[in-house]
Design a protein around this ligand. Structure first.
Ligand SMILES: C[S@@+](CC[C@H](N)C(=O)[O-])C[C@H]1O[C@@H](n2cnc3c(N)ncnc32)[C@H](O)[C@@H]1O
Length: 223
């Protein structure tokens, strides 16, 4: 990132090509989410009721880009990345090329990003950090997200709780064994509270095609 008015180009990742990206490519070949998440819309309307006004947002693990599109429609300049080339190709073709939006889509692995200059006002994680499987990976990624944010910048993170459907049957319906960790409020306090001031932990139920998830929604600020 060179100036706040330019889009960040996150480093491309050497880890792309590992089994996680192939799995997510498969997922995004059969599921293209076209609608932003209710939870993300609620948080954005709560904290930015008058719009993003050119603030800089980063959507980590953006999938096919629906949340990034909503942020851009609301007035943010958005950088959005995902490990899946299939997801980014869909996002680029369906959003960047067809709609008049300010989103820069890029393929990248969040585990390989280095700490950044602090120039983002908002980082959004809509069920991506829950794909990280080790405590060490999560800690490194949380430090990296912290480094991206300006002081007073916000971090919204949504993840499935331990009360979600974790039955192997659900995974069989999805056709793969997706890496996913299921969180408690204590996990949020331990993993995020080390860096961020946690302002609220909300809850909601997500009715997915293959089962229900109980979501935790952590709403945080960099002090
Ligand atoms: C459950 S999906 C959520 C997608 C999107 N945020 C949404 O709300 O529709 C998790 C996303 O994280 C991406 N992902 C998983 N591991 C990742 C990693 N290490 N780096 C970047 N993206 C990753 C997947 O490709 C997938 O798009």
């Amino acid at each position: 990132m060179t100036s706040p008015d330019e889009h960040r180009k996150v480093q491309s990742s050497e880890a792309i090509g590992d089994p996680a990206s192939a799995m997510w490519d498969h997922h995004h070949t059969v599921n293209a989410s076209a609608w932003p998440s209710n939870e993300v819309v609620r948080l954005v309307m709560k904290y930015y009721p008058d719009g993003g006004n050119g603030r800089h947002a980063v959507d980590v693990g953006c999938g096919t880009g629906a949340n990034a599109w909503m942020l851009s429609e609301h007035g943010f300049k958005v950088n959005a990345f995902d490990i899946s080339e299939v997801a980014i190709k869909t996002a680029y073709e369906q959003i960047a090329l067809k709609r008049d939006v300010d989103v820069f889509f890029q393929v990248a692995d969040i585990r390989s990003l280095a700490p950044e200059d602090a120039d983002s006002d908002l980082v959004l994680d809509a069920t991506t950090l829950c794909c990280l499987t080790t405590e060490e990976e999560r800690a490194r990624v949380v430090d990296m997200i912290y480094s991206m944010l300006v002081s007073g910048g916000r971090f919204f993170s949504i993840m499935p709780s331990v009360f979600s459907a974790r039955d192997p049957f659900v995974r069989a319906v999805e056709g793969m064994d997706m890496p996913c960790t299921f969180w408690t409020k204590k996990d949020i306090e331990r993993i995020y509270g080390r860096r961020f001031k946690i302002e609220n932990i909300g809850e909601s139920i997500y009715d997915a095609r293959c089962g229900r998830a109980h979501l935790l929604i952590a709403d945080m600020v960099k002090e």
